[in-house]
Design a protein around this ligand. Structure first.
Ligand SMILES: [Zn+2]
Ligand SMILES: [Zn+2]
Length: 318
C-alpha cells in the first residue's frame, strides 16, 4: 500500500503568504552565501539536503484528503477536503477523463472535509463512478446541499458521474475495493469516524477530527485496540499539548503528545501528524514536529515510533 496526502490542513485551506515566501528566500540566500551554487543542479541539491524543511517546503495548504493506493484498479480516498481538487485534476491529466471508480470514506461532514467535492472534476464526467461511504445519517443530504443554490452554481443533479452513497455501521468489518475496512465513532462535534484499512498484512488508521481523552480509560482502551500494531496512524494533532489541555479543551481535536501516547500503547509503527491548525505557519509546525520527536524519545518504552508531519504531496510506502 502507498499513502498519498493531497490535503493536510485542518478547518480551512491556507495559502502561503508573500511574507512567508520572503522569509524562506532570505533564510535560504543567507545560508547559501559563499557556497558557489552556480548551477541549477547544485542549487537543487543544496535545497534538498541542507535547508530545514520549513525553509525548503511548506506543510500546505489544502484541507483533508488522503489517498490509499493499492495495486487494485479502483481509487480509494479518505475525505473530500480541498485536496480532492488537486487529486482529481492530477488524475484526469495522467489517466484520462473517464472509466474511473472511486471509493471515498468520509470521517464526517464538517465543511473542511467536503468542500473539495464541487471541484472534484471526475464527478462531472459521465463514465466515472463515485461511491461515498460514511456513518452519518445526513451523508447524502450534506453533499447535495453543498452543491445547491445559493451556495454553488452547478447543482448536484448536473454532475455527470454515477454517484452513490453508502451508509456504514461502525465496529463492523467490510471488504471494499480489496481492503478490509472498519469504522469507529470518535469524540467530535456531531461525531466523526476513524477508519482502519487492512490489506496484505498491513494496516493504516485514518483518525482525524477526534478529541482523544487520556483521562478516560475506556476511550483509551478502545483507541489503542483500533490502532493496534498499525503500520501507519494518520492522526489529528491540530494542537500542541498545552493548547489541548487549556483553552482548546472540548474543541474536538487532539494533540501531538496524545498521538504519541496512543501509538506507543497500541504498538503502532509510524505516526503522521495531520489536520494542522490554520493559524500555524511552517516554522511553528516544524517546531511541533521537533517537540513530538523529543517527547517520543523520552517516553519510549518499546520500539521507536517513526514520526512524520503530513504535508500536501507526502507519499508513504508501506
Ligand atoms: Zn476538520
Ligand atoms: Zn470536524
Amino acid at each position: 500500500m502507498r499513502v498519498r496526502f493531497w490535503g493536510t490542513r485542518g478547518s480551512i485551506p491556507v495559502a502561503m503568504t508573500s511574507a512567508e515566501v520572503q522569509r524562506k528566500l532570505v533564510t535560504a540566500l543567507v545560508a547559501a552565501a559563499g557556497r558557489g551554487l552556480d548551477t541549477a543542479g547544485k542549487a537543487r541539491a543544496f535545497v534538498e539536503n541542507e535547508l530545514e524543511f520549513s525553509v525548503s517546503h511548506t506543510f500546505g495548504g489544502n484541507s483533508s484528503c488522503v489517498q490509499l493506493e493499492t495495486d487494485g484498479p479502483d481509487y480509494v480516498l479518505c475525505d473530500l477536503g480541498s485536496g480532492a481538487r488537486a487529486f482529481g485534476t492530477s488524475l484526469l491529466a495522467t489517466r484520462g477523463p473517464s472509466g474511473h471508480r472511486f471509493h471515498i470514506f468520509m470521517s464526517h461532514l464538517h465543511w473542511d472535509h467536503i468542500m473539495g467535492f464541487p471541484f472534484f472534476m471526475p464527478a462531472y464526467l459521465p463514465g466515472n463512478h463515485v461511491r461515498i461511504y460514511g456513518c452519518h445519517a445526513e451523508l447524502e443530504t450534506a453533499f447535495r446541499r453543498q452543491n445547491a443554490a445559493p451556495f454553488f452554481p452547478v447543482d448536484f443533479a448536473r454532475m455527470g458521474a454515477t454517484i452513490e452513497f453508502v451508509r456504514l455501521e461502525p465496529d463492523r468489518r467490510y471488504e471494499i475495493a480489496g481492503l478490509g475496512v472498519r469504522a469507529i465513532r470518535q469524540h467530535h462535534g456531531g461525531d466523526s469516524y476513524g477508519y482502519r484499512f487492512e490489506r496484505d498484512g498491513k494496516a493504516v488508521v485514518y483518525s482525524t477530527d477526534s478529541e482523544h481523552r487520556l483521562e478516560d480509560p475506556e476511550a483509551v482502551e478502545s483507541a489503542a485496540t483500533f490502532f493496534a500494531d498499525a503500520d501507519l496512524v494518520i492522526f489529528d494533532a491540530m494542537y500542541s499539548l498545552a493548547e489541548a489541555v487549556s483553552v482548546k479543551e472540548d474543541w474536538g481535536h487532539s494533540s501531538n503528545v496524545v498521538g504519541v501516547e496512543l501509538c506507543q500503547l497500541a504498538n503502532a509503527k509510524r505516526l503522521v501528524l495531520f489536520h494542522h491548525e490554520p493559524a500555524n505557519n511552517d516554522v511553528r509546525i516544524e517546531e511541533i514536529w521537533r517537540e513530538t520527536l523529543r517527547y517520543e524519545e523520552i517516553s519510549r518504552t518499546g520500539d521507536p515510533l517513526d514520526i512524520s508531519v503530513a504535508y500536501d504531496g507526502l507519499e508513504i510506502e508501506l
